[in-house]
Design a protein around this ligand. Structure first.
Ligand code: ACO
Ligand code: HSE
Length: 381
């Protein structure tokens, strides 16, 4: 990573240049060249990030929150008009009290929410597309460490995340244990399992096999691979929920006046659950870049905190001084509670295991995170 940096602040809603950083407004850190874990390089990286609250004089009250696969840095509303995805947890007077803590959230490298990704332009003004390097969670954490340096944060009071964000929080505790006091890992594991890789592979294949994918270089075409992205999201979304939740919510009901058992040469009508999945697919295709989905999914497939260390145990051993809260969603069929328990048992130092209890499944880390308020209060008291 280059030492050359340049902080550019502007209001993402009005594009006005700012000389201060309001809570929950996208800011950018531009760095020089970066060499990825694989050895590939890019001449420049931009990290999109948001902050809430004020860093104290000792720089001891900083908290890093890491988003999940299709999440972003907008954790809490702050001064923005947009609600945040953990508004229930982060804000003035809340469990992560932004009157007391300085909260930072950064968009992952490879994404499409403010940090450099495949849709970003190369120095000649052409989108990186298929030339965007393979990137890993370790890459994002290393770049985030540069952001922490720039913000004057030597040590995080806590790093905190769910799902891919939980994996990122854990990587922080492995890569930079001396910079982390507490690590909160929700619905995540130390390495992607064979089944998690398998579910992800179907999603990446759906995108690559979309004729509009064009090998990843579709940005100047009329069509983008939204069909492939939609299929990927449908499969992923089923893994984020549970069989019983879908049964209770939708059962075998037809969607409105549609007739799922009749076709007669026209398109078959849909069950409610099909319409629900169509909605989830359309919504994601409307807000997310397919290449970013690929890049971030493959980063998650590559998740293995042991890579680059003698073994998984040796990697985890590095986190000896970090205090962990490991939490699982009791109904999660993607990141099983047993896998969280296994991670906790392998930790060399202090840890606590907690559960979010919900019929929803994996997405419980978004819908029911307030269930962790009590154990979190011990960290954010
Ligand atoms: C931590 C992170 O970084 S992730 C960031 C936030 N995550 C996301 O934005 C990911 C996408 N969203 C989600 O995964 C989910 O919406 C969650 C987890 C955030 C919330 O879950 P829930 O509140 O249970 O919402 P749910 O999954 O039931 O979806 C509700 C939507 O389905 C729609 N819906 C429900 N039934 C049907 C149906 N039969 N047909 C069509 N649409 C339907 C609702 O109208 C609603 O639409 P809207 O989201 O456009 O308002
Ligand atoms: N709903 C979450 C699930 C992934 O953990 C997301 O889209 O990011």
């Amino acid at each position: 990573m280059s030492v050359e940096t340049d902080v550019v602040l502007y209001d993402s809603e009005t594009a006005a240049t700012l000389d201060y950083a309001p809570d929950g407004i996208l800011q950018h850190l531009t760095t020089g060249p970066y060499t990825f874990e694989t050895g590939a390089t890019l001449p420049q990286l931009v990290i999109g990030y948001e902050t809430w609250g004020t860093l104290n004089a000792e720089a001891s009250n900083a908290v890093f929150i890491a988003h999940a696969l299709t999440g972003d840095s907008h954790v809490a509303r702050g001064a923005s008009t947009e609600p945040g995805w953990w508004d229930v947890l982060v804000g003035p007077g809340k469990t992560v009290d932004t009157d007391r803590y300085f909260v930072v959230a950064a968009n992952m490298i490879g994404g499409c929410s403010g940090s450099t990704g495949p849709a970003s332009l190369d120095p000649t003004g052409v989108a990186w597309g298929s030339r965007f390097p393979f990137t890993t969670i370790k890459d994002s954490v290393r770049v985030e460490a540069r952001l922490a340096d720039e913000l004057g944060i030597k040590t995080w009071h806590a790093v905190f995340g769910g799902s891919l964000g939980g994996a990122r929080a854990l990587e922080w505790a492995i890569e930079f244990p001396e910079r982390v006091r507490h690590c909160v890992v929700v619905a995540a594991t130390a390495e992607a399992s064979a089944e998690q890789i398998a579910f992800a592979q179907v999603q990446t294949a759906a995108i690559r096999l979309d004729p509009d994918f064009a090998g990843g270089d579709y940005y100047s075409n009329d069509r983008v691979p939204s069909a492939g992205l939609g299929i990927a999201r449908r499969l992923a979304h089923i893994t984020y929920r549970t069989a019983s939740e879908l049964d209770v919510r939708f059962g075998r009901a037809a969607q409105g006046e549609e007739r799922p058992i009749s076709s007669h040469g026209r398109e078959r009508g849909r069950y409610q659950v099909e319409s629900y999945l169509d909605h989830q697919a359309d919504k994601l295709a409307g807000r997310f870049d397919a290449n970013s989905y690929l890049v971030l999914t493959e980063a998650l497939m590559s998740h293995d905190v042991g890579r680059g260390h003698a073994s998984l145990e040796a990697a985890l051993e590095r986190s000896l001084g970090v205090q962990f809260l490991v939490a699982a969603v009791d109904s999660d069929r993607l990141y099983w509670p047993e896998q969280s328990e296994q991670l906790a048992k392998m930790l060399p130092g202090d840890y606590k295991v907690e559960y979010i209890s919900t019929p929803i499944g994996h997405d419980g880390f978004l819908t029911d995170i307030e269930q962790l308020s009590e154990p979190l209060r011990e960290i954010f008291s």
